[in-house]
Design a binder for this molecule. Sequence first.
Ligand code: BGC
Length: 470
Amino acid sequence: MALPMQDRNLQQQSPQRHAGKKAIYGRRYAYTVAAIAALGGLLFGYDTGVISGALLFLTPAFHLTSTSAEVAVSAVLIGALLGAAVGGKLADAIGRKRALIVLGGIFALGAVLTALAPNLWFFIGFRIIVGFGIGAASMITPMYIAELSPPSIRGALVMFNQLAITVGIAVAYWVDLAFAHANMGWRPMFAVAFIPGSILALGMLFLSDTPRWLASKGRWKAAEQVLGHIAHGQAKADELNGIHQALEAEKKTSVRELFRPGLRVALLVGVGLAVFQQLVGINTVIYYAPTIFGYAGFSSASAAILATSIVGVMNVLATILSLLLVDRLGRRALLLGGIIGMAVTLAGMGIVFAIGANNAGIFILICLLLYIVSFAIGMGPVFWLMSSELFPNRLRGTGASISSFSNWAANLLVSITFLTLINLVGKPGTFWIYAVLAVVAFVFVWFLVPETKSRRLEEIEAYWKNSREW
Ligand code: BGC
C-alpha cells in the first residue's frame, strides 16, 4: 500500500530528524483526530441543548400543550436510544471512520430538515433522525478517539469528549439567545448545526480508520501503518500485540460473562451510574431551563434564555475543574460531593417554589447555577469516565454500550415526564422528587462504587472477582 505523502518525505531525512519530526507529526495527528472527532461530542451537546430556547418559540408556533411539548423535546431521545443501540454494530460493520461520515451527514441534513419542518409531526420525525445521530455519535466518538490516541492520554481524552458536549450545549444556548434577541424564531436555531455536521463529515474523509478496526477486518498492514502515526518502535509493537490479544480474547467472550457472579456487580454499577446520572434531573435543566426561569418570573424569552446561557457557561467551567481534579481527589469524592450539592440545591428550588418567594427568579438562578456546578464536577464527566474503566478490556465495548443505552433510556423517562409531573404534583413536589432520588444516588455510590483512580484495568477486574476487595 502506498505511504501517505508526509511519510514518504520523512523517510528521506536523517534518522534523528526523522524520529523527532515523526513524534511531532504523531502528536499533531492525535490532536487533529481528537479535534475533528470531538465535533461528534459538540453536536451531541448542541442538538440536545438547542431545544431549550427553541421551545419558547415552538410552543406558540405549534400550539404545544405540556404533553406535546414533552414529545417535541423527547423526540430526539427516542432517536438517540435507537442510535445508541445500533451505533456499536454500525461502527463494527462499516468502520468508525465511515460511520462518523454518515453521522456527520445525518447531522447536517437533519439540521436543514428540522429548520424547514412545516408542522409538529415533521418536526418530531426530523428530530428523531437527528437523535439517531446523537445516540450513535455518543458511542462512536469516544471509541474512535480512544482507539487512535496514545495510551498515556486515553483517559484524558474520554473526559475531553464530555467537555465537548458541554461546549456544544453552551454554544446552543448562546445561539438561541442571539436568534431570540433578533426575533428570528426557532428555525435558524436548528439550522446552525448544519455547519459542524458538514465539517465532521468532510473532516473525517481525510482521517484514517482505527488500527483496531482495520485489524479486526484482517487488514493488519493498514493497521500497522496507521499505528505508525501514534506509536513508534517498541511502543508500536506492544500496541499491535495488545490489539491482537484483545481481538483473540473477544472471540472467546460472550455477553453472558457480564451476568456471572463477580462481573455482574460491575454491570450493576455501570448501569446504576448511568441511570442515576439522569434521575437527578439534569436534563430537566438542560432542556427546560428557560421554561423553569419562566415559572420563576423571568417574563421575556430573551431574559430566560440569557439566564440559561449563564448556566451553560458554568457547566463548561465546572467540567474543566473536574478534569483537573479527577486524578487528584479521585472519582468517589467528586461523585459524592457533587451529589450532595445537587440534593441540596434541588431541595432549595422546591422550597423557593413552595413559598413563592418574591425574588424567586434570582434564587432559582442561584440554585440552578450551584446545581449545574455540582453535576458538572461529579456525575457528568465521572459517569462517562467510569463506564470506560469498570469493565475488563474484552468486555469494555459491550459494557459501555449497555450503560450508554441505559443512560439514554433514563434520560427519555425523565424528559418525557417532567411537565406532566409538574402538573400532577406541582413545582415544589417535582424538585423534591429529584432531591430524594439524589439521596438514593448517594447511598448507591457510597456502598457500591469503587475508587478506580490509579488502578489498572486488571486490578479492577480482580476487585470484582475478589468479592469487591482490593
Ligand atoms: C449527560 C447528558 C447531559 C450533559 C450535560 C452528560 O454527561 O449524559 O445527558 O445533557 O451531560 O452537560
